[in-house]
Design a binder for this molecule. Structure first.
Ligand code: GLU
Length: 286
């Protein structure tokens, strides 16, 4: 399914579990710039599903930093923490289709089951060995009845059989980067033990609900797009165009570049650096 490309919609979607830094500034400015050039809309979405790490103070600081940079976005701002019911409903649908299974494993159990040299996912983390996929139904029922906490994982092989291997339209990327197969990710968590969703589920649902036509974000999320395209296909959601931009690295020469890419914007601001200097440094018009 295609979104309506006649009205381009861009979004910047930070997770305010820390302060925004230069890398965030680049991504936000690039989205705003691409929206401006295409006559499109620019949305801000606060990805605060992790309600313990994303505090109100950090959300307020995030909005303030972006406004200080000179960005303007449409109101109201979608905050994911207010949409848990919607994520629950989508997870229930996937579960009813037999595409999710409960996983009771702790981190330590996963590490122990994975062994010394486990197969790894595209980010280098050990791939989930599938322990709970093989659990007998009566054992699952007993664990559930006993109130054991569980996550819901995607049965990635079954999902791939259902959805095939969706392609994606990428306008950015970096040379040599190739789209991984979902099998490389294995059975990812779609609903966390303590949160009724995961980044993957919430991001595809919200991009669709907000009519996002262009997902512009850092290269660090490139490989994860394989999961997002699969979920979009399973849930019958539109396929946005993706543009993964290179990450801002600690750079060379110029004055501002003495700051690491991870330097919080508010520290630069405290050092007297202007928003115009930051925009110029990142390659945008001041
Ligand atoms: N919230 C994610 C992050 O801050 C980005 C989500 C996205 O752009 O898809 O890393």
């Amino acid at each position: 399914m295609q979104p309506d490309f006649r009205q381009p919609v861009f979004r910047f979607a930070p997770s305010p579990n820390g302060h925004l830094h230069l890398g965030h500034a680049y991504s936000a400015l690039l989205n705003a710039e691409m929206a401006r050039r295409s006559g499109g809309r620019f949305l801000l979405r606060i990805e605060d599903i992790d309600t313990t790490r994303c505090t109100e103070a950090l959300v307020a600081d995030c909005l303030e930093d972006l406004a200080w940079l000179g960005l303007a976005w449409e109101e109201p701002v979608l905050r994911q923490s207010a949409h848990f019911d919607r994520y629950r409903a989508a997870a229930a649908r996937l579960e009813a289709e037999g595409l999710l299974y409960p996983c009771f494993c702790s981190r330590a159990e996963i590490a122990a089951a994975a062994g010394a040299d486990p197969p790894r996912d595209p980010e280098g983390a050990p791939r989930y060995p599938g322990t709970c996929r093989q659990r007998p139904p009566d054992e699952i029922a007993a664990l559930r009845a006993g109130g054991a906490a569980f996550a819901l994982r995607l049965d990635s092989a079954r999902a791939a059989r259902r959805a095939g291997a969706p392609a994606w339209r990428e306008q950015g990327g970096v040379p040599g980067a190739t789209m991984p197969d979902i099998a490389a990710w294995g059975d990812v968590v779609l609903v966390r033990k303590e949160i009724p969703t995961s980044y993957h589920l919430a991001v595809v649902l919200d991009d669709a609900m907000q009519g996002v036509t262009h997902v512009v974000r850092g290269m660090d999320l490139f490989a994860q797009t394989a999961i997002h395209r699969l979920l979009q296909t399973l849930l019958g959601l539109p396929e946005p165009i993706y543009h993964h931009h290179p990450l801002i690295r600690d750079a060379d020469g110029r004055k501002l570049a003495k700051s690491a890419a991870s330097t919080p914007l508010r520290r630069l601001r405290g050092e007297g650096i202007s928003p115009a200097a930051i925009r110029r440094h990142l390659g945008f018009e001041a």
